[in-house]
Design a protein around this ligand. Structure first.
Ligand code: UD1
Ligand code: MG
Length: 451
């Protein structure tokens, strides 16, 4: 059965107290909306439709940045979750598969759970995702009769006996598109909130002699984000889950709780992550790597056998080949560093290509920016860059070449050459001693003057 994914994301999220629409607040470096889209994408939907309202332009941009094929429809007034789904009717008029509705602010539904819903759909017209919650929570209540879901009653509309039901509505719903739109037509806004409730679809289905059921999942999957403190809880939940998955995949975290991961961080087996490491978006680390403490990585690829840090910063466009060493206080950006090369201390390597087994001395800087444009530095195989070399780009240093420490290199250095680009040293015999005597005498005079 083909599936269309509908994501409700029109709400303002008043309790976030923000100028930004709620669904664009980030968890692990990606908007909540993207997490919801990613969760839904595991069902291989034929279509994705996002319902936007508050901050619709920004929501549309975020949705399309993740999935350029996604359609975004506008719900100008937020008249309820049922009304929001009705807004997708036009976009889905030529689609006759199943629709799965997810909320943009409920980012953590697991793929297995969605699969269970798809299985249950084989024998029921409507499938809802439920979870056990404390009865003090104000979720919609699922009224069951055996396996059969009879109705969903919103908390605000519920009598006390219904409020005592602990099986609650997550908001995720699956039904055939034509059936869903017909059922929505049968609902009204005659309720405590004066809104069209998506949840009323269940009662409407039963009235028409169709069956509905509920699949259950863990409460952690249906966690909705309504405030900044929920956002922090969701972030923590994501991090815990992501670290746990990586550990199960064979990654060692010396102190898991101090490592921050992005939604897309990939780390290979037998890699060791030391404490206090930050992974920004788009980082892949292969097997057998060690990322030492206090390193910060984003947009970077680290190949097998690499050692990074402590205190290294890998910025976007960093490509480290196998067995590369990046040491303390080294920053790389847009840099391709070939096999076995070493940049061990206090360097900036930006817009650069570094050859195999090259050794970059402490304090080397690629001067890549002239204030207007960026320029490239190329360093050859086995080159040895002396400490504190300034490589004024565009510039190249050949294979097996060397630069003397302290050089300011502005011209290309050919293969095998030594570039010496610094003032000549002049030694003045005894001059230091004389200078010391002179200065000490001067100081003594000053001290005496003050007495
Ligand atoms: C909804 C459910 C409730 C469930 C709870 C789970 C209904 C009527 N109630 O209640 O049974 O227990 O979620 O969290 O569905 N939205 C729109 N347009 C609208 C209204 C909402 O796009 O007009 C979006 C919101 O942005 C949000 C989602 O739909 O992403 C849910 O809306 P919300 O107002 O939070 O519903 P709840 O009252 O929490
Ligand atoms: Mg809600």
């Amino acid at each position: 059965m083909s599936i269309a994914l509908v994501i409700l994301a029109a709400g303002k999220g008043t309790r976030m107290n923000s100028d930004m629409p709620k669904v664009l607040h980030e968890i692990a470096g990606a908007p909540m909306l993207v997490h919801a889209m990613k969760a839904g994408a595991t069902l291989n939907p034929e279509r994705t439709v996002v319902v936007a309202g508050h901050g619709a332009d920004a929501v549309e941009a975020a949705a399309k940045a993740y999935d350029p094929e996604a359609q975004v429809v506008l719900q100008e007034e937020q008249n309820g979750t049922g009304h929001a789904v009705m807004m997708t009717r036009e976009a889905l008029k030529d689609f006759d598969g199943d629709i799965i509705v997810l909320y943009g602010d409920t980012p953590f539904v697991r793929p297995e759970t969605l699969e269970n819903m798809v299985k249950a759909r084989a024998s029921h017209a409507v499938v809802v995702l439920g979870f056990e919650a404390d009865t003090s929570e104000k979720y919609g209540r699922l009224v069951m009769d055996g396996d059969m879901l009879e109705a969903i009653v919103e908390y605000a509309d519920a009598r006390d006996d219904i409020r005592n039901i602990s099986f609650c509505n997550s908001g995720v719903m699956l039904a055939k598109s034509s059936v869903l739109f017909d059922l929505l037509d049968a609902t009204n806004n005659d309720n405590a909130s004066g809104e069209y409730y998506l949840t009323d679809v269940v009662k409407a289905a039963r009235d028409k002699g169709l069956t509905a059921t509920a699949v259950s999942c863990d409460e952690s999957e249906t966690m909705g984000v309504n405030s900044r403190s929920h956002l922090a809880e969701a972030e923590a939940a994501f991090q815990t889950r992501a670290r746990g998955e990586l550990m199960a995949d064979g990654v060692t975290f010396v102190d898991p709780n101090s490592v921050w991961l992005s939604f897309d961080t990939v780390i290979g087996r037998d890699t060791v992550i030391e404490p206090n490491v930050f992974f920004g978006p788009d980082v892949t680390v292969e097997s057998g790597v060690r990322i030492r403490a206090f390193s910060h990585l984003e947009g970077a690829h680290v190949s097998r056998g690499g050692i990074v840090g402590p205190y290294a910063r890998l910025r976007p466009g960093t490509e480290l080949a196998e067995d590369v060493k990046i040491g303390n206080f080294v920053e790389t950006k847009n840099a391709i560093i070939d096999e076995g090369a070493k940049v061990n201390h206090l360097s900036y390597i930006g817009d650069a290509q570094v050859g195999e087994k090259a050794n970059i001395g402490a304090g080397t800087i690629t001067c890549n920016y002239d204030g207007v444009m960026k320029h490239k530095t190329t360093i050859g195989k086995n080159a040895f860059i002396g400490s504190n070399t300034m490589l004024v780009a565009p510039v190249s240093v050949g294979d097996d070449a060397m630069t003397a420490s302290g050089s300011v290199v502005t011209k290309p250095v050919e293969d095998g050459a030594l570039a010496l680009a610094r003032a000549q040293q002049v030694n003045k015999p005894n001059m230091a001693r004389k200078l010391f005597e002179m200065l000490r005498a001067k100081k003594a005079k000053q001290v005496k003057g003050k007495e």
